[in-house]
Design a protein around this ligand. Structure first.
Ligand SMILES: [Cu+2]
Length: 195
């Protein structure tokens, strides 16, 4: 409890988003924050759509090139090619298992769970050095992968002040502040300058 008390001093008057707040630790955390004067927004999203992603190996490429899952989610690696591929994940965070497995034509999908938040975790195929993909593991259920036109949409975020982080495999990361108003869409744009 002493840790909560120390932490909560800095949240007075701020909006705090507590996920998984319907019960247990999440609920206890929300109550402590509220008692200390924070505006508490609680969610208990099951985030089914964000728990899993698939990366196929097709035409000797990983498709899609970038996926994102909620922390604890899994990626299923499949092989639609008539050739032997390999799935080699190279995590930095210790909770994310490194796998290095061969996958034959039409082979059984290889499901890999990611337990730690990590940006741009590389995936390679040892057989074809040009093949690469990236898995992003978000610590919140609020994230998106941009479309080919660069657009994205994140739904269900409670009103409040946030920082949104944009990450690109070659152009790095940009953080932008954003204020979300209740019941309204907010538009945010950023430019990555080519280096
Ligand atoms: Cu390959």
């Amino acid at each position: 409890m002493s840790d909560f008390k120390r932490l909560s001093r800095s949240v007075k008057g701020l909006t705090v988003l507590v996920t998984g707040a319907a019960s247990g630790m999440g609920r206890a955390t929300a109550l402590v924050f509220a008692a200390e004067g924070a505006n508490v927004a609680v969610t208990d999203i099951t985030a089914e759509g964000t728990q899993a992603a698939t990366i196929d190996q097709k035409g000797c490429r990983f498709l899609p090139h970038v996926v994102a899952v909620y922390q604890g989610g899994s990626v299923s690696f499949t092989n639609s090619d008539p050739t032997m591929h390999n799935v080699h994940t190279m995590p930095v965070q210790v909770g994310n298992r490194s796998v290095d497995v061969s996958e034959g034509p039409g082979g059984k999908p290889e499901s890999v769970q990611f337990k730690d938040a990590e940006n741009m975790l590389p995936v390679r195929c040892n057989n074809h050095p040009w093949m690469n993909a990236f898995v992003n593991i978000s610590p919140t259920p609020f994230f998106a992968v941009t479309g080919t036109d660069g657009s994205f949409k994140i739904a269900g975020l409670p009103a409040g002040n946030y920082t949104i982080a944009f990450v690109h495999e070659k152009l790095g990361e940009q953080d932008l502040p954003v204020t979300i108003t209740a019941q309204k869409s907010t538009t945010i744009t950023t430019d990555f300058n080519k280096k």
